[in-house]
Design a protein around this ligand. Structure first.
Ligand code: CAA
Length: 381
């Protein structure tokens, strides 16, 4: 067996176990979670019990120590049945990678052990006027004695209000732009932290997205997890590792939609035979399978580069996110087409998957930003 293009046995086993868990404990609630725009508590409970709510947390801090490819497989398999639920391990990774990359040992001990026990960790970069142009942020952290005072607000924060911990990027020197940004950990219980109303979204309805407000939030310097002025680089380095998890999510959504469409095409009869027997339908399904497999190969390659810290990670991470999420949008749209009228109503999950796929092209950097990042990193290897 050529190990280059086949998954080692431990990842195959991981996929089988996560798929079994997702089919049994997450999929049965996916429709209700979407229909009622409610947090997938059943998924959180099941993932936490299996050590999969934040599987990337190192063993020394009480986690599973899953590597980047392992986390990708977990997220892919959960997203195959419920995209909202797959944000649980994805957000927890996004929120805590800055700590893992920039924090000292006592900071890691303090927060990663809590994360492993089920306390969520969100990432606060975007603001209402600083989305793609993240360095234009206005949230300020001002030195006061040995500590800091934070004022401002962050927008589009996944799991705001649910998570206990927040990595917050704030400007400590507005004159310096991107080089005047610093990263801190803020806790939900810190006086002065509050949350906006949940956004009413097209998809990912089970994942709460809210603003986070900081009103004279006083924290010690032990909350700072980057060098002063080193926060933006840390935030970007984080995204290099975590955009791959969005690729994984898109991959799972696409795989789920493809499976529903294929099953339907074999059962649905028109003109006296299954619609699968018509070449027009076969070609759509063949294209879906081809594109999903290409997205999977690119995503897994990016995950391995993340684990090894390879020089071309920035390119591969952006490429995998961009490619897989564009594939998810196309595959889910075509899946709705294969199901026709039945695809457009919520008796089947493909319309939910199509709505969910759309967000993956937008968050963790729009696919236009991914192309910009790729272009800036052409030829780096
Ligand atoms: N690794 C390390 N450092 C990096 C870096 C990287 N990949 N990319 C940039 N930097 C550092 C560099 O040190 C650079 O300084 P130098 O000039 O010394 O090289 C500094 O950052 C500034 O970089 P740029 O000049 O490239 O910055 P820019 O202002 O042109 O913008 C950008 C860069 C790529 C457009 C960035 O703003 C960006 O990624 N925007 C999109 C924001 C985004 O992805 N938001 C997602 C929010 S999270 C979310 O959506 C999660 C969720 O809900 C689940």
């Amino acid at each position: 067996m050529d190990p280059l293009f086949s998954l080692p046995e431990e990842y195959v086993a991981l996929r089988e176990s996560v798929r079994a868990l997702a089919d049994k404990k997450i999929q049965p609630f996916a429709h209700d979670v979407d229909a009622n725009a409610r947090f997938p508590q059943e998924a959180l409970d099941a993932l936490q019990a299996a050590g999969l709510a934040a599987p990337h947390v190192p063993v020394e801090f009480g986690g599973e120590g899953a590597d980047s490819l392992g986390v990708v497989i977990v997220i892919e398999e959960v997203a195959r049945v419920c995209a909202s639920s797959s944000l649980i391990p994805a957000v927890n990774k996004l929120g805590s990678v800055p700590l893992m990359l920039g924090g000292n040992d006592s900071q890691k001990e303090r927060w990663l052990t809590q994360l492993a026990k089920g306390k969520g960790f969100s990432y606060c970069l975007s603001e209402s006027e600083a989305g793609s142009d993240a360095a234009a942020m206005k949230t300020r952290a001002v030195k006061k004695g040995d500590g800091w005072v934070l004022n401002g607000s962050k927008k589009w924060i996944s799991h705001a209000g649910v998570s206990e911990f927040y990595t917050v990027l704030a400007s400590t020197d507005p004159e310096k732009g991107a080089k005047g940004i610093t990263a801190f950990v803020v806790e939900k219980s810190d006086p002065g932290v509050s949350f906006g109303a949940p956004e009413k979204k097209m998809g990912f309805k089970g994942s709460p997205t809210r603003e986070v407000y900081f009103d004279n939030v006083e924290i010690g310097d032990d909350r700072r997890i980057s060098e002063i002025g080193g926060g933006f680089g840390l935030a970007m380095k984080t995204l290099d590792h975590t955009r791959i998890t969005i690729a994984a999510q898109a991959l799972g959504i696409a795989q789920g939609a493809f499976e529903v469409a294929t099953k339907y095409a074999k059962e649905r009869r028109q003109f006296g035979k299954p619609i699968f027997d018509f070449q027009a339908v076969q070609f759509m399904l063949a294209d879906m399978a081809m594109e999903i497999e290409a997205a999977r190969q690119l995503t897994y390659a990016a995950a391995v580069k993340s684990e090894r810290g390879e020089r071309d990670l920035t390119f591969f991470s952006a490429a995998s996110k961009c490619f897989a999420t564009d594939v998810a949008m196309k595959v889910t749209t075509d899946a709705v087409q294969v199901l026709g009228g039945y695809g457009y109503v919520n008796d089947y999950p493909v319309e939910r998957m199509m709505r969910d796929a759309k967000l993956t092209q937008i968050y963790e950097g729009t696919n236009q930003i991914q192309r910009l990042v790729m272009a800036r990193n052409l030829g780096v290897n």
